[in-house]
Design a protein around this ligand. Structure first.
Ligand code: LMR
Length: 399
């Protein structure tokens, strides 16, 4: 017998929150768990640009025949430009291959499988804290991993010097996963100066960046948020970039993502691309097209592209507004609560500097759902629930 020896593994830490939230009967319940944008009514709506592009596809798409393991070529071209900008040297030199993959997770998985082939002895360095799937994916493909200090949850502080200190232990050819913007889970990002320093540090030590960029547009803007990708691709000879279009196109379930590999030469690039294609073919043959076809259409149509930029600006603006409002209300309701750092953080996530038992009280007694380590999705806050949330948190400081 081979199927009776396993013991069950726990649910995914993030996806489990949605299950608990759905099962809860409290009419005031609030979901600050999974990283999904919600509008002012607490709803994850389909973007107008996406609806229009979908309508265009309904009217005009002529075939659903197979594409290729690399997926939708127009999507690959369009997202490559979104990541690298127009006329980036690595693109002109033929040193980059960008391939559609199923969402951010699928893209990271293809990148990790590729590392397992190209440099199986590499240690993958992962920020502490991080998105739990980084460890899950490296473990699944059988790569070694270590963590580097990145953010002090208790103090609400970004640890740039500690990050560099820990990475001094990395060996030539080791891979460092960095969050291109909107660090998941802390919301604490490197400044452009710090990105430059990190790139020099990695170039000197011959480390390979693996940039996970799932929130392009949610920090400072679509172009601004590509700084790390564009600069690192200039300064370092080789890197991997896993990008997701789940968040910035609000197409979570359509799984549009891409893995890009930058190689030292055009010749190496062709060889590396061939390995990626082989990996893809053996896992899912080719990615699902719909989400990618929508993204491709929006990005190539001037007016839809403009509309999408506006929609990303609106999403970013609303989350920033909620960050400000949260801190303002907490300062009024519990002056010593110390959440000021949240205003300067980026993207959907921040940690609440609360004790584990306080977090459990919020979840169990107030039905405010978040990760057990205090990671909250700021996009889950609305004008309607912010008083309930801030009153509940403030009550912890009065007890
Ligand atoms: C999150 O971190 O909540 C999101 O990236 C969703 C996910 O797949 O975990």
């Amino acid at each position: 017998m081979i199927f009776d020896g396993l013991s069950a593994v726990g649910d995914d830490l993030i996806l489990r929150i949605s299950i608990l939230y759905k099962a809860d009967n409290n009419p005031n319940k609030v979901d600050l768990g999974v990283g999904v944008y919600k509008d002012a009514d607490g709803y994850t709506a389909i973007l107008k640009s996406v609806k229009e592009a979908e309508q265009f596809l309904v009217n005009n798409q002529q075939s659903k025949g197979y594409l290729s393991p690399a997926g939708n070529p127009e999507f690959n071209k369009a997202v490559e430009e979104l990541l690298f900008g127009k006329d980036h040297p690595v693109v002109k030199q033929g040193r980059v291959a960008t391939m559609q993959a199923p969402g951010g997770t699928g893209s990271i998985r293809i990148g990790a499988d590729f590392l397992k082939i190209s440099h199986p002895d590499a240690t993958v360095w992962i920020s502490n804290p991080t998105w739990p799937n980084h460890f899950a994916i490296t473990d699944m493909v059988g790569l070694k991993s270590k963590s580097y200090r990145y953010y002090d949850i208790k103090e609400g502080q970004f640890l740039f010097l500690e990050m560099l200190e820990d990475l001094k232990a990395a060996k030539e050819g080791d891979v460092v996963i960095v969050h291109g913007c909107c660090h998941n889970a802390s919301g604490a990002d490197l400044s452009n100066d710090q990105w430059d320093q990190l790139a020099d540090f990695m170039a000197e030590r011959k480390l390979v960046p693996f940039i996970d960029i799932a929130y392009q547009g949610f920090a400072n803007g679509v172009e601004e948020d590509a700084y790390a990708v564009r600069m690192m691709a200039e300064k370092l000879p080789e890197l991997l970039i896993a990008s997701s279009y789940s968040k910035n196109f609000a197409m979570y379930r359509d799984r549009a993502g891409a893995i890009a590999v930058v190689s030292p030469t055009a010749q190496a690039n062709e060889i590396n691309a061939s390995h990626m294609l082989k990996i893809i073919r053996s896992i899912y043959s080719m990615p699902p097209d719909h989400g990618a076809a929508v993204v491709a259409h929006i990005l190539k149509d001037d007016s839809l592209r403009k509309q999408w930029y506006q929609e990303v600006d609106d999403m970013r603006g609303r989350v920033k507004k909620m960050r400000l409002l949260f801190v303002k209300k907490m300062t009024e309701k519990a002056p010593n609560s110390g959440f000021d750092y949240i205003v300067d953080q980026n993207g959907m996530f921040s940690f609440l500097t609360l004790l584990p038992e306080q977090i459990q009280t919020l979840i169990n007694d107030y039905s405010i759902f978040m990760m057990a380590n205090g990671r909250v999705n700021m996009a889950g806050l609305t004008e309607n629930n912010i008083d309930y949330v801030t009153d509940s948190i403030a009550s912890l400081f009065k007890a």
